[in-house]
Write a protein that binds this ligand. Structure first.
Ligand code: FMN
Length: 490
């Protein structure tokens, strides 16, 4: 029987007590709970990535759940029957046979079945629960607005675990503050979706989530986390600030940040490597940010003591950093990849490019050149296209008028012949779902080979270099505590 339960509740959040240092959300599973927990213990805001957590948790269980962390968190998950079903379905005691593929979870559609709803709610609960375990520091969760279908379910799971901050980028998150308030009361929420090919005559297409279908009995209200929007322009921040339920703050992200970046303003321009060209139009006027009157943080090449000092002098509440944390001991980046990237930093052979083709979303995506990963054209060409996770599939209106789902990185025949997508749109697209899961150590096993990884990072490695200089000889990786100490060392 599922009990109405008392939420853990977010730590008190008010304008004066926001943390200065935000460890940015890094998907998939790069900023997992071990990193966010380590940062939150040391006075920073530790942010877990909320992307594809239902897949990550299902795979952790299939690897045997070493340390019992997922099971320990699930013991606290208020939907008891769901927790049992998840363990029964996915746990492989001692870990699955290495040659066998992971059992996949179903892909999201407009109407995810109850099993996928429960799994998603539980996975987000587990990640936040573990990030908050053993300390009272603040923990956030990061979502991409572009990955729309799972958002209501994911957010609810994180809120059940008492997440303190919800941070959303990659699109306009205007609906999110209202959704958070409704979910806190377990009310039905609706998220309007972008569907290719529909017109106003087709009406609104929405994903609808009714949390009460998961419960027997009415649960007590949940606490409301703070909401921060990631923006790359004052226009978006000002637009959100003018809404009836504005965000509690903004993260102003420059194009040097890791992962996806906002495209440049104006006509599409690229350099000889196909990288987007940014100019003064893309700079965010900090006086205008100050004028909005809400706290804001600077992200993208601010991960040094100087960067923090500059941000504070400009009236920011602090900085959000990614790259330096992505390469620290507690991050979820697979250790062999972490070693290779750090070696490239030491030997000055690092090559990070902003690729405007790679991501099926159409946003520029930063890729680190690492041999054996899909940054290598030969590895990319050799990979057989498979779409079995489908996080980046876009809903579209089919010829018959129903809603279909397609991703330009899926097999060509499916995308072009069956679903009517344009062949030109498939060129150079990387399967971020399979690639990023492999990067965090959860590569799908195909017949005789593992899915190749795909490493992303920001373009600024000054902080990483200085951290490596400060690391004692014989220590393999610097830690999250080292990053926190370094930032406050200026
Ligand atoms: C490996 C990696 C993955 C990232 N993934 C995400 C993500 O999933 N969502 C997001 O909003 N930002 C993501 N970012 C951006 C970071 O949260 C952060 O804003 C950015 O890295 C700050 O710039 P810096 O790397 O120069 O410190 C990612 C960054 C890195 C390095």
């Amino acid at each position: 029987m599922d009990h109405p339960h008392q939420p853990a509740g977010p730590a008190a959040v008010d304008a004066g007590t926001h943390p200065r240092i935000i460890q940015g959300g890094m998907g998939v599973a790069i900023s997992g709970w071990p990193l966010a927990n380590a940062v939150a213990r040391r006075g920073g805001l530790g942010v877990v990535s909320g992307t594809a957590l239902e897949v990550v948790m299902a795979r952790r269980l299939q690897l045997g759940d070493e340390g019992g962390h997922v099971r320990r968190a699930l013991e606290h998950f208020p939907l008891r029957d769901a927790a049992r079903r998840i363990i029964d379905t996915y746990l492989a005691p001692g870990g699955k046979d290495g040659e066998r593929p992971f059992k996949n979870v179903r892909t999201f559609t407009l109407e995810p079945d109850i099993g996928l709803q429960e799994l998603t709610v539980a996975a987000n609960f587990v990640e936040v629960y573990l990030a908050k375990e053993g300390h009272t520091g603040p923990v956030g969760i990061n979502y991409l607005r572009k990955i729309e279908l799972p958002i209501p379910f994911s957010l609810y799971g994180a809120m059940l675990a008492g997440v303190d901050y919800v941070i959303v980028g990659a699109g306009n998150p205007g609906e999110l503050p209202g959704m958070i308030r409704r979910l806190a009361r377990h009310d039905v929420v609706r998220l309007p979706l972008r569907v290719q090919g529909i017109t106003s005559a087709d009406g609104e297409v929405e994903v609808v989530f009714d949390p009460t279908v998961l419960w027997r009995g009415r649960p007590v209200d949940l606490a409301t986390p703070a909401f921060l929007a990631i923006v790359a322009s004052v226009d978006l921040a000002a637009g959100l600030a003018a809404m009836p339920k504005p965000p509690d703050g903004y993260i102003v992200e420059a194009p040097s940040a890791g992962g996806h970046n906002a495209p440049p303003r104006g006509p599409r321009r690229t350099d000889d490597r196909g990288q987007p060209i940014y100019d003064a139009r893309d700079d965010v006027d900090l006086a205008e940010m100050r004028a909005i009157g809400a706290p804001f943080w600077l992200a993208g090449a601010f991960g040094t003591p100087d960067g923090l000092r500059y941000a504070l002098a400009e009236g920011a509440a602090g900085v959000q950093l990614g790259t330096a944390f992505a390469l620290c001991e507690e991050s979820g980046l697979a250790p062999d990849l972490k070693r290779q990237v750090l070696e490239q930093v030491v030997t000055d052979t690092l090559d990070v490019r902003s690729d405007w083709r790679a991501s099926p979303t159409g946003f520029p995506f930063r890729i680190v050149n690492v041999p054996g990963t899909v940054s290598d054209e030969a590895v990319y060409d050799d990979r057989r296209r498979v779409c079995d996770l489908g996080m980046l599939r876009m809903p579209y209106k089919t010829e018959g008028g129903s809603i279909g789902y397609r991703c330009p990185a899926e097999p060509l025949r499916a995308y072009v012949d069956v679903k009517g997508g344009r062949a030109a749109n498939t060129e150079g697209r990387r399967c971020l779902c399979n690639g990023l899961l492999a990067t965090a150590g959860y590569a799908q096993r195909r017949a005789g080979y593992d899915e190749p990884a795909l490493v992303t990072a920001g373009s600024d490695f000054r902080g990483v270099r200085e951290l490596l200089d400060r690391t004692s000889p014989g220590t393999e990786f610097y830690t999250a505590a080292d990053v926190m100490g370094y930032l406050s060392s200026g």
